[in-house]
Design a protein around this ligand. Structure first.
Ligand code: SAJ
Length: 437
């Protein structure tokens, strides 16, 4: 059955399903359709389905015209009708795997999608999970659900894991050219999944011996970042105490051509991956009575950065005889990182919450994020900071180093600046109003 499916994939006769049409699923669906496959996208959000079927794109990494052309050519359709899975030869699951309030992995979206697929699973079908999750999910969660169809994994259907590596906004590495790791439940599962990706992506496809290897390598990738950012943040705290410019220290260390990779301090960790992925490991490790000390320490340092930033801001205002309470603070950037329009897990949110608690007056400038939620209320950002806004602020707090900010004007007009991203170039710093992390 594997060879039949491989043949259908190689002849581009296979129909590809993608479940979850977000920043991972939609680019993948488009790449599959561009490769010549008939693609059916599944999502629970009707507004996404309607937009796609009208050829309207909503993901920055997807080319509007490309999507419209594929929809017009009937190469790609979106639906919430899972019964269409019976027409699909291979389905890729790209749904969220958030953490719950106890930082425990929430695989409910994955389980829901898998149960729907299981209802329509048929002989000779491939199922691939791409959502970031704890090692063991594919074998312990997906496989049993899919085998409720009475089909046998590795013989009658094929199951693999292949972590998504989408970096939203990355102009260099996209879905098509980022190397892909694939691990199947059996050799034939791996072979079928690798065949699909090899027909769709330009990038190298790296086979591993099991889904658990692929699940774990993804977590290593992002835990590596989390821990190194934690180290950079701890260095920033220590350097500040010692009166040493941590940014100059990091730039100097980065001259080492081997054995070092620069990471930079910041106001905290945002985004949908880095602050979250390491906790899948921590949570699963408990099952093996192991305490992931290093991961948790790095997480604590990163999680404390928003409070550290607010304390530093308070100290800076105190130097001018001001308290946080009643001060006007202009926040530059609510997005979780530079030139991104996403504020999920953004450290600017806890910073605003702390400023609110301290009785500070704040205003947020962000050219890419128009609205944001804070403690259940919706706020609107200012797109461009006027000279008046800058001058009337007791403190300008740079939390996101968007390229669009006019750093020279800010440096000239601000009473006081706290730059948590080393965003303001030295050449603009002509007054003693400038401070950084
Ligand atoms: N950050 C720092 N210091 C750094 C790097 C990042 O404080 O040196 C902060 C960022 O400001 C942000 C958070 O950490 O708030 C996460 O930043 P990120 O650069 O890791 O960006 P993400 O969250 O978009 O991570 C994605 C990840 N991609 C996937 O999980 C598929 C990650 O694996 C990529 O390495 C990363 O993009 C990337 O390289 O841009």
């Amino acid at each position: 059955m594997a060879s039949e499916l491989i043949k259908r994939i190689n002849e581009k006769k296979a129909v590809i399903g993608v479940v979850g049409l977000g920043y991972v699923g939609l680019p993948l669906a488009v790449e599959n359709a561009k490769a010549g496959y008939q693609v059916i996208g599944f999502d629970v959000h009707t507004e996404k389905i309607e937009k796609i079927n009208r050829g309207i794109n909503y993901i920055g990494d997807v080319n509007d015209e490309e999507l419209a052309k594929l929809i017009k050519a009937d190469q790609f359709i979106a639906t919430d009708d899972y019964s269409l899975i019976k027409n699909v030869d291979a389905v890729v699951i790209c749904v969220p795997t958030p953490l719950d309030v106890h930082k425990q992995a929430d695989t409910s979206y994955v389980e829901a999608a898998t149960k729907e697929i299981s209802n329509y699973l048929h002989k000779g079908m491939l199922v691939v999970l791409e959502s970031t999750t704890y090692p063991g999910t594919t074998e312990e969660v997906l496989k049993p659900i899919l085998e409720q169809s009475t089909l046998t994994c590795g013989k009658e259907f094929f199951l693999a894991y292949s972590p998504e590596r989408v970096d939203p906004g990355n102009k260099t590495f996209k879905t098509s050219n980022t190397p892909k790791v694939v691990g199947g439940m059996t050799e034939s599962c791996t072979e079928v999944a690798v065949t699909m990706y090899r027909n769709v992506l330009e990038a190298d496809i790296h086979e591993v011996s099991s889904p658990a290897i692929a699940e774990m390598e993804k977590l290593l990738e992002n835990t590596f970042r989390n821990i190194n950012i934690g180290l950079a943040n701890e260095m920033a705290i220590l350097c500040n105490k010692m009166g040493i410019d941590v940014w100059e220290v990091i730039d100097a260390a980065a001259t080492k051509p081997y054995g070092f990779m620069p990471f930079y301090p910041g106001p905290g960790l945002g985004g949908h991956c880095i602050p979250i992925d390491p906790w899948y490991l921590t949570w699963k490790a408990k099952e093996y009575n192991y305490h992931t000390k290093l991961i948790e320490s790095a997480g604590e340092i990163n999680n404390e950065m928003p409070e550290y930033v607010v304390n530093r801001s308070m100290q800076l205002l105190n130097k001018k005889g001001k308290a946080l309470n009643g001060s006007n603070i202009l926040i530059l950037g609510i997005a979780y990182k530079k030139d991104i329009d996403d504020y999920r897990e953004s450290p600017a949110i806890p910073i605003l919450e702390l400023l609110e608690e301290a009785g500070a007056n704040w205003n947020v400038v962000d050219p890419l994020v128009q609205h944001f939620e804070l403690k259940g209320s919706t706020y609107t950002t200012v797109e461009v900071a006027t000279e008046q806004m800058i001058k009337s602020a007791d403190l300008v707090l740079i939390t996101t180093n968007h390229s669009k900010f006019e750093y020279e004007e800010i440096a000239q007009n601000a009473n006081m600046i706290f730059d948590t991203r080393n965003a303001v170039s030295d050449k603009f710093i002509i007054k003693d109003n400038y401070n950084k992390l």
